[in-house]
Design a protein around this ligand. Structure first.
Ligand code: HEM
Length: 120
C-alpha cells in the first residue's frame, strides 16, 4: 500500500500557493495578529512560507529563509497569537477543500514548532 506525500495531497505547488494566499489574507485581516505583519512585504513572506511548507512536506522547493527559532526570536509571540495563526491556517485549508486527514497532519506539524515560536 502506498500513500502520496502531503505535498501531492495538498495539490502540489498550485494547491499550496492558493492555501498560502488565503493564509496571508486571513492573517492580515485577523485583529489578533494583523499588526504583526503591518510592515511586511506580503509577496516575500508568502514566497518563504511556500518554500518552507513545500520543502517540509515532500515538495521540490528549497527553503531560503531563516529557521523558525531565528525568525521569531525577539517577537515575544503569545499562546493566543499562536492559536490565531493556527486558526487562520485551518480556515484556509477548509476554504481550499483540504480533507480531514490532511488538515490534521498540517495542524500537528504546526504544533510541533510551537516551542521555537512562542515566547522566544
Ligand atoms: C507554526 C507556526 C508558524 C510558522 C510555520 C511560521 C513560519 C514563518 C516563516 C517561514 C517566516 C519567514 C522567515 C524568514 O523571514 O526567513 C516567518 C516570519 C514571520 N512570522 Fe511566523 N510562523 C509561524 C507562527 C507565527 C506566529 C504565531 C506569529 C505571530 C503572529 C508569526 C509572525 C511572524 C512574523 C511577524 C514574521 C516576519 C514577517 C516579515 O518578514 O515581514 N509567525 N514565519
Amino acid at each position: 500500500m502506498s500513500e502520496e506525500n502531503l505535498y501531492v495531497r495538498l495539490g502540489g505547488a498550485d494547491g499550496i500557493a492558493s492555501i498560502v494566499d488565503d493564509i496571508w489574507l486571513n492573517h492580515t485581516s485577523n485583529p489578533k495578529i494583523q499588526q504583526r505583519y503591518a510592515a511586511s512585504d506580503g509577496e516575500n513572506v508568502k514566497r518563504l512560507v511556500r518554500e518552507f511548507f513545500g520543502a517540509g512536506i515532500g515538495g521540490p522547493e528549497t527553503y531560503t529563509g531563516q529557521d523558525m527559532l531565528t525568525a521569531h526570536t525577539g517577537m515575544n509571540i503569545s499562546d493566543t497569537e499562536f492559536v490565531a495563526v493556527c486558526d487562520d491556517v485551518l480556515s484556509a485549508l477548509a476554504k481550499n477543500n483540504v480533507g480531514d486527514a490532511e488538515r490534521n497532519e498540517v495542524l500537528c506539524i504546526l504544533y510541533s514548532m510551537k516551542a521555537e515560536i512562542v515566547g522566544v
